[in-house]
Design a protein. Sequence first.
Length: 361
Amino acid sequence: MDKPSAISLFSGAGGLDWGFEKAGFDILFANDVDKNACSTYNFNFLNNSLCAPIEECKSELISLRGVDCLFGGPPCQGFSVAGKMDLNDPRSQLVHHFVKVLGIIDPRSFVMENVPSLATLKKFSEFRIQLFNETKNLGYKTELVILNSSEFGVPQSRKRMFLFGIKDDINLDISVRKNRYIKSPINTYEAIKHLGCQGTELNPQTCNAEVTLAANPILRKSPYAGMLFNGLGRPISPNVPAPTLPASMGGNKTPIIDEEQYYKSGLSWVENYHKHLRSGGNPYLMHDAPKSLRRLTLKEAAILHSYPEDFKFQGPKSSIYKQIGNSVPPGLSFVVAQIALELLNNQKVHYVDDHQLALVA
């Protein structure tokens, strides 16, 4: 049986593509505008990513009309709660570019990824309705779901929106199909413990931003929330999946781990300091943080994002942090790709005793 064909848009370093390729898709075309991300993509995948704006790729796309699946994640900064959430942001309009390409190449199915706020916030409701209407007019049945990567074996809690579409006469049932792929959570320590302290061959130091204490810390119930340190990088507990890794990593926005807690005595300076502050103690001086507190390395960030360890990133360190933070975790994309394949293979969901049990024939 021939592999199902696919087109990848806004491909970045290839987080989505890795999952689709592993699921058995033949990716015929990929593109992005970030030169370093394209270099990473071209180093790791057999097909090459065209480094050009999507509106300049029309001739290449028309030649691939009728492929099995179009997938991609238009840049999300215009919709992100970490940004200005501005519909007039030019990057917000790239969702419409995705839909335009959908009309040009007329694939059997599509998957569009974005931030959860696009799927949930009232201020984007009209935008969602327009998106649903546009895809319906193109002949697609659609379903919008939010998936958290930590539920699928990725050691990072990262929620993403996925809009699935199919032209075939089949119920999508994405919210049921996903249940077949749920796995036990993997905590941060389990994921990176084999690397050991930074500075080794397995775990070279890559972020030089110093960890300093906030003069006016903001406390939350958890020592791993609030603002105990200068900058936006917060400490990561070893006992749970890592929080969402931002594309702004590389400086003082890079998350923090305590090597003493992770690799030595197991004692947490952060937890003890948090107790000190909660009991009414005065903040320590800015440079009183111990040397065991340091920023997440690139190797750790890639693993927590579920990239395989033989995946090779290209470009300067700051760009690699950005490539990781901007991408869909490959472990999550593999689940998404397998669901897309179920739809293309016309595999229906069956219900047993009125329970939502996903049994795919």
